[in-house]
Design a protein around this ligand. Structure first.
Ligand SMILES: CC(C)(COP(=O)(O)OP(=O)(O)OC[C@H]1O[C@@H](n2cnc3c(N)ncnc32)[C@H](O)[C@@H]1OP(=O)(O)O)[C@@H](O)C(=O)NCCC(=O)NCCS
Length: 144
């Protein structure tokens, strides 16, 4: 695969980002993706990065910064990471992760966190390889 670059997502990236969300298992419209990019780009606590190959978006990572109540500093949370099927296993995901980790470190984060569905075996191998350690458990409640 050709060289790739990492940059901040823009509203014009909404089309390929909607496709990436679909690959992640979330079918969302173009308008939905565009609105989210706009909202997140206005937030001081969020950054959406995309990986591009020859001007084509092939991957995305969303970082959220959260102040920690019980520790000094902030938590960097990877809210989403996905690489287009054709572009996988070429280092794009690793570069996206190192880019969000750098942003997090520079913003004062002392820890990174990512949650991953139990079925996503490949992603688990990926996170382990990058030095992430599994820490159960997670409890969620959907608010209607
Ligand atoms: C997880 C994901 C983002 C990794 O992106 P990527 O660009 O393929 O990652 P890299 O090329 O940097 O791979 C680095 C390592 O991850 C692991 N890995 C990535 N894809 C893998 C696969 N298909 N099978 C096994 N291990 C894999 C390997 O340890 C790999 O190291 P190696 O190349 O030395 O074998 C990508 O596979 C993806 O988008 N998956 C679907 C969406 C998803 O599950 N996202 C995570 C949600 S929690």
């Amino acid at each position: 695969m050709s060289a790739f670059t990492i940059k901040e997502a823009l509203a014009k990236d909404a089309g390929p980002i909607a496709d990436l969300l679909k690959e992640l298992g979330y079918a969302r419209t173009l308008a939905f993706a565009r609105r989210k990019i706009t909202v997140l780009s206005r937030s001081d606590s969020d950054t959406v990065l995309v990986a591009e190959v020859q001007g084509r978006v092939v991957g995305l990572a969303h970082l959220h910064l959260a102040e920690l109540f019980h520790e000094k500093g902030l938590l960097g949370r990877v809210m989403a990471i996905v690489v287009n099927k054709e572009a996988r296993q070429a280092g794009v995901g690793t570069k996206l992760m190192s880019s969000v980790e750098k942003l997090a470190r520079d913003a004062g984060c002392v820890k990174m966190e990512v949650t991953s569905g139990i079925q996503r075996d490949w992603a688990h191998a990926f996170y382990r390889k990058l030095g992430y350690i599994e820490e159960p458990k997670r409890f969620v409640k959907v608010l209607e």
